[in-house]
Design a protein around this ligand. Structure first.
Ligand code: NAD
Length: 469
């Protein structure tokens, strides 16, 4: 079995303790992850602080070159990392939205971010004075990641932080630490010692990071509940925060849509990575005039999609990644049915022997249904009819989450008008969940604070210093 290590100051750090990581498709152990102690955390943060002095003064163009070398390294090792992702996360390796796709995203984000500039802005230059606005790195950035897209999300955190001159301590989810640990080992072949460090352990390690005075900023992707805890404990040392939290994205389908044209997009908008994606469509509102047609077409389409072990030929969907999440999805589906939801496909399971959960559609009339109000983060979609556009907008906004949303119509102007009234950070028209490295992404309401990606995402890893002369 491969040995995985933490990276601290450019060296492998051996921990006294380890924990097993399970393949959710087979329930067999994939490997042992190091389990860091508080002493390990202290010494890793010390290394990151030490490296900050020289990294923060390394010329920006030189840092861009390093980032491009990281992209090359990730590309060379894509197959190896994708294989680890499939083993520990479950998503199929070769599927259009599987783990090779995740690696493609990691490479693309790294290369695009390397091309961004951080120019000095001249705010004033006249007889009264000269004022320059400089962007400075913040210090040591902690990256805390979830289990759904482990490598890609870690890259989203690490690359802009490092490009801006910060050093990083990255803590992956205890469900999927191995691909991130290996990736950070590879990154350390490129970068100077201590610029990117890794740490692994349980949730309590995340809490210790957010409490630690040696950390200056936290970039966190995960649940809203954990985000609130991080915000609370970070307040002690007033850390800078970027929080990418839970979503409950609504899709609104207007009556002028042709079901055959939009059903593949609706399906993959909701079921990308088995619904275990922050910006997946999690509630589908359909105009009553085409409600039955859409439900029937979605059901037929879903039956053509193969679910299975991520290494099996043709598998497009894998299992739910862990038992905790499986139980959340199963219970929400059961409650939804008790509250009047009607099963169109799939349905709850009584046995928890495997983590494969069938693609499930539930026809729901009321917006206060549990499967509508709560983020399922799994392969179960409530489909709700509406009669007027005004009603659809009210229903979509009747939720504490505000990550993404979509509008589906042949009338792009009408769709854009509705988009402007949706309370969320991103709205897609005739698609759902597409993200790009040049477009800032982040949630409003309880879906988070701040943005990642693009120039705005890079700036979030800096502080402003104005120089008057
Ligand atoms: P989670 O909040 O349980 O865990 C995320 C990370 O936080 C893990 O590394 C975990 O160990 C750590 N953690 C747990 N308790 C902590 C604490 N008290 N202090 C600091 N760190 C702590 O989330 P999850 O179950 O891994 O991920 C699923 C959630 O993530 C969903 O709600 C999903 O919508 C959200 N998510 C959001 C985005 C986005 O960009 N907005 C992207 C992916 C996932």
């Amino acid at each position: 079995m491969t040995t995985y290590s933490l990276m601290s100051g450019g060296e492998k750090l051996v921990t006294a303790d380890t924990f097993s990581v399970i393949n959710p498709s087979t329930m067999v152990t994939v490997g042992e992850s190091p389990k860091a102690s508080i002493e390990d955390l202290n010494s890793i943060i010390k290394e990151a602080r030490k490296a900050f002095t020289s990294w923060s003064t390394t010329p920006y163009e030189k840092r861009q070159q390093y980032i491009n070398q990281i992209a090359d390294t990730l590309e060379t090792h894509s197959q190896e990392l994708a294989s680890i992702i499939t083993q520990e996360q479950g998503k199929p390796i070769g599927a259009p939205l599987g783990s090779m796709f995740e690696m493609g995203g990691a490479v693309a984000w790294t290369r695009f971010t390397a091309s961004l500039e951080l120019p000095v802005k001249v705010l004033q230059d006249d007889e009264n004075g000269h004022i320059e606005l400089h962007r400075r790195p913040i210090g040591v950035v902690a990256s805390i990641t979830p289990w759904n897209w482990p490598v890609m999300i870690a890259i989203w955190h690490i690359i802009p932080a490092v490009l801006a001159g910060n050093t990083v301590v990255c803590k992956p989810s205890p469900y999927t630490p191995l691909s991130t640990l290996r990736m950070i080992e590879l990154i350390n072949r490129v970068l100077p010692k201590g610029v990117v460090n890794s740490i692994a352990g349980g949730d309590e390690l995340g809490a210790a990071i957010s409490d630690h005075i040696g950390i200056d900023k936290i970039v966190f992707t995960g649940s809203t509940d954990t985000g609130k805890k991080i915000m609370s404990s970070s307040s002690k040392s007033l850390k800078n925060l970027t929080l990418e939290l839970g979503g409950n994205d609504a899709g609104i389908v207007l009556g002028d849509c042709n079901p055959d044209e939009i059903v593949p997009g609706l399906f993959w908008g909701a079921f990308i990575n088995n619904g275990q994606t922050c910006a997946a469509m999690k509630r589908l509102y359909v105009h009553r005039s085409i409600y039955k047609e859409i439900c029937d077409s979605l059901t037929a389409f879903a039956k053509s999609v193969k679910m299975g072990d991520g290494f099996a030929d043709g598998a497009e969907l894998g299992p739910i990644q862990n038992k905790m999440q499986f139980n959340i999805v199963n219970q929400l589906v059961k409650t939804s049915i008790q509250q009047g939801g009607e099963v169109l496909l799939g349905g709850p399971l009584d046995s928890e022997e495997s983590l494969f959960f069938p693609v499930t559609f539930i026809a729901v009339e009321k917006n206060d249904n549990a499967l509508v109000q709560h983020e399922q983060f799994g392969p179960a979609l409530p489909i709700i009819p509406f009669d007027t556009v005004e009603e659809a907008i009210l229903l979509a906004n009747d939720n504490s989450a505000g990550l993404g949303g979509s509008v589906w119509s042949n009338d792009k102007q009408a769709a854009a008008k509705i988009a402007g009234q949706m309370e969320c950070g991103t709205v897609w028209i005739n698609k759902h969940g597409a993200i790009q490295p040049n477009a800032p992404f982040g949630g409003i309401k309880s879906s988070g604070l701040g943005v990642e990606f693009g120039e705005e995402g890079l700036l979030a890893n800096t502080t402003i210093q104005c120089i008057f002369s």
